[in-house]
Design a protein. Structure first.
Length: 299
């Protein structure tokens, strides 16, 4: 069986018979890419075009970093994957209990457990939900600040553990509405296919995805305006009601503070992020001298 070492890491993965575990939330579960019987999504699209990959999707809608740590990671470790994707964090930013220190420690533990068992790691940073939903500035800025902190943690830990890292927070990705489903928070089929193709390109650069990339053109037409309105009037309303119970009262308070103390809030967030990064012990990940981010000049 042919194998290729992951750049910068003492690891060999099989070209065939590779076990791929996907961990995360609704993005990785496949929400926005419906197929008969449920969701498909970018991870399944990626795995489905590689020869003889064994794929298991442990992701679940609404999952927090705590859920990935306590529920998904143990099951994934039993599967003993050669490759594991961990894409999570947006739901943490939508909770009034958000704590970047806890997010950092949880992700450090998950990344360390998987790579310590010999898995190659695939990660991604994500756009902030306020921008996706088009919220006004005082409401969107607190969410953006939280997501920037999560992304900073993911970037740092991805470099530390030698992960293949995909950037999904770029303005071009966020602003192209043709990539997104009716709920404005999840990719549609075209968006999932683009994520799968970009992941394939990054993995193929390291010799880790020998099969053809998944096609980027969708098989199904995009949802009509009527379908989008129906979703917003039914499922979208229920989603907003659930989130409002947990987040909206705090978000309104944060918006009031935002109008008065933006500079102070930025400083407080920066201090919390610094403390969170200091809390994750350096030196536990694989050393890497390679650019594994997919962005020129990034480490």
């Amino acid at each position: 069986m042919t194998a290729m070492a992951l750049a910068g890491a003492a690891l060999e993965l099989p070209f065939q018979g590779l076990r791929f575990a996907a961990l995360g939330d609704s993005l990785t579960e496949g929400v926005g890419d419906p197929v008969s019987g449920g969701w498909r999504g970018w991870a399944a699209l990626l795995a489905g075009h590689q020869p003889d990959w064994e794929f298991r999707n442990f992701a679940a809608s609404g999952a927090l970093t705590l859920d990935v740590l306590e529920q998904q990671a143990p099951r994934a470790l039993e599967f003993a994957p050669h490759l594991a994707s961990v894409v999570v964090g947006i739901n943490d930013t939508l909770r009034r209990s958000f704590d970047i220190h806890r997010v950092a420690v949880r992700l450090d533990t998950v990344y360390g457990g998987l790579t310590g068992q010999g898995s190659a790691l695939l990660t991604a940073c994500l756009p902030d939900p306020g921008a996706m939903l088009g919220l006004p500035g005082p409401l969107s800025r607190p969410l953006a600040r939280r997501q920037r902190a999560v992304n900073a943690v993911v970037h740092t830990l991805s470099a530390r553990y030698g992960a293949v890292h995909l950037h999904l927070a770029e303005p071009a990705w966020v602003e192209d509405r043709a990539l997104w489903s009716a709920d404005r928070l999840h990719p549609g089929e075209r968006g999932h296919r683009l994520i799968a193709a970009r992941c394939h390109a990054l993995l193929a650069e390291r010799g880790l995805a020998p099969g053809a990339p998944p096609p980027v053109e969708p098989e199904q037409p995009p949802p009509s305006a009527a379908a989008s309105l129906f979703w917003l009037a039914t499922s979208g309303t229920a989603w907003l009601a659930r989130r409002s119970t947990d987040l909206l009262p705090q978000l309104l308070r944060l918006a009031g503070e935002e109008l008065r103390h933006t500079a102070r809030l930025d400083l407080r967030a920066a201090e919390a992020l610094t403390a969170a990064l200091a809390a994750v012990s350096p030196g536990q990940g694989r050393p890497t001298g390679a650019n594994l981010s997919g962005v020129p000049g990034a480490a």
